[in-house]
Write a protein that binds this ligand. Structure first.
Ligand SMILES: [Zn+2]
Length: 133
């Protein structure tokens, strides 16, 4: 079940909302604390350059990434390895992407099917290594 993090623009508090991808965009999200409709989805950034260990940077080598283009499952396992190495909280989309890669979906297909995904992944300038879903 996807778990979206929102931030209230009025009281500035963060809260999580569980909604399905099907419902995303169809359900009205209001602040859990003050009831304000002025909420903004908070999307975790995938940061690579700031704290990425050397071995991860070698994993993100463009040449090896190109080789992964035709192998979604390998890409999925690489992303999973990256997350465990980084030890950071990844956005809910990350799990969804990895799961879909495991099932053989192409990054392009995943990008089309998950709303807002591009905001979370290609929105980070640090992800210019080819992982810009
Ligand atoms: Zn609020």
């Amino acid at each position: 079940m996807p778990d979206y993090e929102f931030r209230c623009l009025d009281c500035k508090k963060r809260f999580d909302v569980f909604i399905t991808y099907k419902d995303y965009g169809n359900v009205k999200i209001t602040c859990r604390y003050c009831g304000s409709p002025n909420v903004q989805r908070h999307i975790g950034r995938v940061r690579l350059s700031r704290s990425t260990p050397d071995r991860l940077q070698s994993l993100a080598d463009p040449a090896s990434l190109n080789a992964l283009d035709d192998d979604p499952k390998a890409l999925g396992s690489m992303m999973r390895q990256m997350r465990s190495e980084l030890g950071e909280d990844m956005p809910a989309e990350f799990d969804e992407v990895v799961d879909r890669l495991d099932h053989g979906q192409s990054p392009e297909q995943i990008d089309q099917e998950i709303p807002g995904l591009s905001d979370g992944f290609s929105g980070s300038e640090d992800m210019s290594t080819g992982l810009d879903f």
